[in-house]
Design a binder for this molecule. Structure first.
Ligand SMILES: *Cc1c(COP(=O)(O)O)cnc(C)c1O
Length: 444
């Protein structure tokens, strides 16, 4: 089916050979440019992010009531950011490479409601849709106290509408739990690699789970087809949704507040590096967009993917974006990293962000497991394997002389750097599953 000629492709793009061989590989894009220039590719701007941020503020009184665990943050779904000095030392020893500056962990793994980064974009898109429906029906105005949505009246209203999504797990959890809470009739179309406990949790929350024996893109395609037949059904399109993307992007202003409160400066002399695990691209792309909007050229975002699913690396590096899948070059797209088992990247994100993302790298499943066990040992933080993909980022940067030189980072600047590893999931993994992860990591 595919028209990809692998021989020609590897001749033109030599790193594709490393990807095919499932080697850990890094590529730092020489085409990145200034924020002011590159942001033109996105087609969205700071006003769009503010709109998303304001919407989440309107919903805060509702979330506070519907999910009491968000009461401590007054209905704002946000995660902690912590220093991981012991892990920094452990990484330096493990790789024989110095990490200059600070090493922080952004714990989206422990976001309320769904325990992953999907609690940003997924929940935001459901709220966006609910608001639109309620406003059109004349039931809601922007100046209302949105806690009124937590009522039988609104549940009965939303019951008439359907929401569908295709998911490898975490997006399904976020959208399923949020939609069911509002009262929607929600279906989650899940790929073969989705974990049993996630399906169980969804069913327990009143979500209709549809299972497929194929990978993620098939689940998405079938979900989309079903939704097309039914005008009352809204399909959440993980591959192309700008709403999801904007939901993630609100992380930028929140991060800036957190760093300001910690007294952490980001400027030309104090660069910020952010390492983001990437699946289809919406999560890391949206977060990176938000972070770049705050810090412009002083923030450097790097995407991390499993060696078995390097879809965004492949798409951006070859310029083929969604026109190429990892299967086209003979890679199986089988990985233990939930949420990252994606064979074909979002063309929207790849094109929008291609001059705003400094680099891409791949990491093996075994390495993610080893880092999972190491982080637990050194910092007592428990994550799922995918959330460790970014942990090697500071090492990959430190080891890449070409990139450091091209960017003009000298020793003094690097000593002032802040490295943030974005931990994207794990907070809801059942204890016995987590024990298995930790044992596996310790045994490798
Ligand atoms: C979904 C997910 C990601 C990546 O997000 P995408 O939008 O698919 O790129 C990373 N980590 C975890 C744990 C996820 O669930």
């Amino acid at each position: 089916m595919s028209a990809i000629n692998v021989k020609e492709l590897t001749a033109k793009f030599p790193k594709v050979s490393e990807l095919i061989e499932l080697k850990e590989s890094s590529w730092f894009n020489p085409e990145i440019t200034t924020f002011d220039e590159a942001v033109k590719d996105v087609g969205l701007d700071a006003a769009n992010i503010k709109d998303a941020s304001d919407r989440l503020k309107r919903f805060a009184p509702y979330l506070c009531k519907a999910f009491p665990e968000t009461a401590v943050t007054k209905g704002i779904i946000e995660s902690e950011i912590i220093s991981i000095d012991n892990m920094k030392k452990a990484l330096e020893e493990k790789f024989g490479t110095k990490i200059t500056g600070k090493l922080l962990l952004k714990k989206d793994s422990h976001l309320p409601i769904s325990g992953s980064i999907k609690a940003r974009g997924g929940i935001y898109e459901v709220l966006f849709h609910a608001e639109e429906l309620a406003m059109k029906a004349g039931l809601l105005k922007p100046e209302d106290d949105y806690s009124k949505l937590f009522s039988e009246e609104f549940k009965n209203f939303f019951k008439n509408y359907k929401i569908a999504v295709g998911s490898t797990g975490n997006l399904g959890l976020s959208i399923g739990i949020m939609s069911a809470k509002l009262g929607f009739n929600v279906s989650v179309h899940m790929s073969a690699d989705a974990r049993e406990w996630k399906k169980k949790k969804l069913r327990a929350n009143g979500v209709n789970v549809v299972e497929y024996q194929n990978d993620y893109s098939v689940a998405v395609a079938q979900g989309r087809e079903e939704a097309k037949k039914d005008p009352s059904c809204f399909f959440i399109d993980d591959e192309n949704s700008k709403t999801l993307f904007l939901g993630y992007s609100v992380a930028g202003e929140r991060l800036k507040n957190q760093l300001d409160n910690m007294g952490i400066i980001v400027d030309k002399e104090h660069p910020l590096f952010v390492y983001l695990p990437c699946g289809v691209g919406g999560g890391p792309g949206g977060v990176a967009f938000g972070v770049k909007n705050q810090y412009k050229d002083n923030a450097h975002c790097i995407f991390a993917e499993p060696t078995h699913s390097p879809c965004m690396y492949l798409g951006v590096y070859t310029g083929l974006h969604e026109k190429i899948s990892v299967q086209d070059i003979g890679i199986d797209n089988v990985t233990a990293a939930d949420g990252l088992a994606v064979g074909r990247p979002s063309g929207f994100v790849g094109r929008a962000m291609h001059r705003l993302i400094d680099g891409y790298y791949t990491i093996s499943d075994d390495e993610m497991y080893r880092l999972l066990a190491l982080l637990n040992k050194k910092e007592n933080v428990k994550l799922e394997p995918s959330a460790l993909a970014g942990m090697e980022g500071p090492i990959r940067v430190a080891q890449n002389e070409e990139y450091l030189k091209r960017m003009g980072f000298d020793e003094k600047t690097l000593a002032n750097a802040t490295h943030i590893v974005w931990a994207t999931g794990g907070g809801m993994v059942p204890a016995e599953e987590m024990t298995k992860y930790l044992e596996k990591g310790a045994s490798l």
